[in-house]
Design a protein around this ligand. Structure first.
Ligand SMILES: [Zn+2]
Ligand SMILES: [Zn+2]
Length: 223
């Protein structure tokens, strides 16, 4: 028996065969089925750019803006879950209070990842790293795929999570890419949440400066 990391009830851990095939290795379970049900996968129509749930076919308003800004070169973002209250609460506990153990729950939610040659996590800033003692995105994805650290983030006055929408969109570039001659092919950027897309587009900009010939897409657990 295991204890659920969210509700603390004990549950029987059965092997999830779907995950077994996708990741080949056995995945430990940390969350009971009742808690897992509270995370809702996207359904119905989703934006073809970022996977936000929308009423019509095509692109959401954010993606239409990015398309204009980047002359049609839209970031192809895959995202699995709705950003609902349960997801929000877990993220607050994980990021604001630095509850490391929740990286297991978040990793467990990811039952598929697009194929890529390099999986590049969006890094924490030095001050966040010091405050929490761990890198939030690295901690989640290191359980799933081999990660390549290609981005460095410098400190900002305010964290993305403390900003409103307007402030987020006006955020300045804080990423720079590490030069590694061996990198070519497909890069998948990994983050937790896609909010406005600002962070991921900045991450892509930084990578493209050093790796102009790479194909760069992104993945977030929620949008
Ligand atoms: Zn539970
Ligand atoms: Zn979109």
């Amino acid at each position: 028996m295991n204890n659920c990391l969210l509700c603390h009830s004990s549950f029987r851990r059965e092997i999830n065969y779907e995950k077994l095939f996708l990741f080949v290795k056995y995945k430990e379970r940390y969350t009971c089925s009742e808690c897992l049900k509270k995370f809702v996968k996207k359904k119905g129509k989703i934006c073809s750019g970022c996977n936000k749930e929308i009423d019509t076919k095509g692109l959401c308003n954010d993606c239409l803006q990015w398309k204009r800004k980047y002359a049609g070169n839209l970031l192809d973002n895959r995202s699995l879950y709705q950003y609902n209250d349960t997801f929000h609460d877990v993220m607050v506990q994980y990021k604001r209070y630095g509850d490391y153990i929740l990286c297991h729950v978040l990793a467990e939610l990811i039952d598929q990842l697009p194929a890529a040659d390099y999986y590049v996590p969006v890094p924490s800033s030095p001050s966040h790293l010091e405050k929490r003692g761990f890198d939030t995105i690295y901690a989640i994805y290191q359980k799933l795929v081999p990660l390549t650290k290609l981005l460095v983030k410098s400190d900002t006055e305010k964290a993305q999570g403390e900003k409103n929408r307007e402030e987020r969109l006006l955020t300045k570039q804080t990423f720079s890419a590490i030069d590694n001659k061996n990198i070519s092919g497909k890069i998948l950027l990994l983050d937790d949440i896609y909010t406005t897309g600002r962070t991921l587009y900045h991450a892509r900009d930084a990578l493209l400066e050093v790796y102009p010939n790479c194909k760069i897409n992104s993945f977030t657990i929620s949008r």
